[in-house]
Design a protein around this ligand. Structure first.
Ligand SMILES: Nc1ncnc2c1ncn2[C@@H]1O[C@H](COP(=O)(O)OP(=O)(O)OP(=O)(O)O)[C@@H](O)[C@H]1O
Ligand SMILES: Nc1nc2c(c(=O)[nH]1)N=C(CO)CN2
Length: 177
C-alpha cells in the first residue's frame, strides 16, 4: 500500500497485436481490477493502430487506456501489471516486438520518477498517438504533465486512419469504425 492509504488516479495503456486481441484486452481489464486495491474509473474506446517502431511486418495493434483509482504504491502496481501481462502469455524477446499484451503505466497521480524500472509519467507516452488518442476520447479534458491530452494526440499523429469502437460493442468480426 502507498504511504497514506489514499486513492491515487492512474492511467494505464493496454496494447495487443497477437492472438485474440479483443478478448485479451477485455480479460486484462478484468484482471487488473480484480483486487480490492484497484477500482475501475473509466475505459476508453478500443482503437486499431499501425505498429510504431519494432520489426517490420508486425500485425496491427488494438490499443486502449483505462483510468483506475488505487491504493497500491507505484511498484506494487507495476508488479501487478506485469503479473497480468504474464498471465496473458506476454514474452519479452524483441524490443517493441509483437505481443499478446502490453500494459504501461502512463501516469500515477502527479508523481514524477526517473527510475528506469518505473519512469513516470511514461517517457514515450506523450508522443504516442496510440496512447494519447484513446485517452483523449475517454477524457477530452485530461492533462499530462501540464499539457492537454487532446493537443498531445493531435501532435502525436494523424488519427484519420484509426478506427475505434466501444469495448462492449466488439467481437472479433465487428469492424472498428
Ligand atoms: N511507466 C512505465 N510503465 C511500465 N513499465 C515501465 C515504465 N517505466 C519503466 N518501465 C520498465 O520498462 C520495462 C520494459 O517494459 P516493456 O517490456 O513493457 O517495454 P515496451 O512496452 O516494449 O516498450 P515501451 O516502454 O517503449 O512501451 C519494464 O520492465 C519496466 O520496469
Ligand atoms: N501501434 C502500436 N505500436 C506500438 C505499441 C502499441 O501498443 N501500439 N507498443 C509499443 C511498445 O510498447 C511499440 N509500438
Amino acid at each position: 500500500m502507498n504511504a497514506t492509504g489514499a486513492l491515487t488516479r492512474v492511467i494505464l495503456a493496454l496494447g495487443s497485436n497477437l492472438g485474440e486481441r479483443r478478448g485479451t484486452l477485455a480479460s486484462a481489464v478484468g484482471d487488473l481490477v480484480d483486487r480490492p486495491e484497484v477500482r475501475l474509473v473509466d475505459v476508453s474506446p478500443v482503437v486499431s493502430t499501425k505498429p510504431v517502431g519494432g520489426p517490420e511486418g508486425q500485425p496491427d495493434f488494438l490499443n486502449m487506456v483505462i483510468a483506475v483509482d488505487t491504493t497500491l504504491d507505484p511498484y506494487e502496481l507495476l508488479a501487478h501489471c506485469q503479473g497480468v501481462e504474464l498471465a496473458h502469455h506476454r514474452e519479452r524477446t524483441v524490443r517493441w516486438g509483437a505481443r499478446t499484451l502490453d500494459i504501461d503505466i502512463i501516469s500515477y497521480g502527479d508523481l514524477h520518477s526517473d527510475d528506469p524500472e518505473l519512469t513516470l509519467p511514461h517517457p514515450r507516452a506523450a508522443g504516442r498517438a496510440f496512447v494519447m488518442y484513446p485517452w483523449s476520447l475517454m477524457d477530452p479534458g485530461a492533462m499530462l504533465a501540464g499539457q492537454p491530452v487532446v493537443e498531445l494526440a493531435a501532435v502525436a499523429g494523424d488519427m484519420s486512419g484509426i478506427g475505434h469502437a466501444a469495448m462492449d460493442e466488439l467481437d472479433e468480426e465487428s469492424p472498428l469504425v
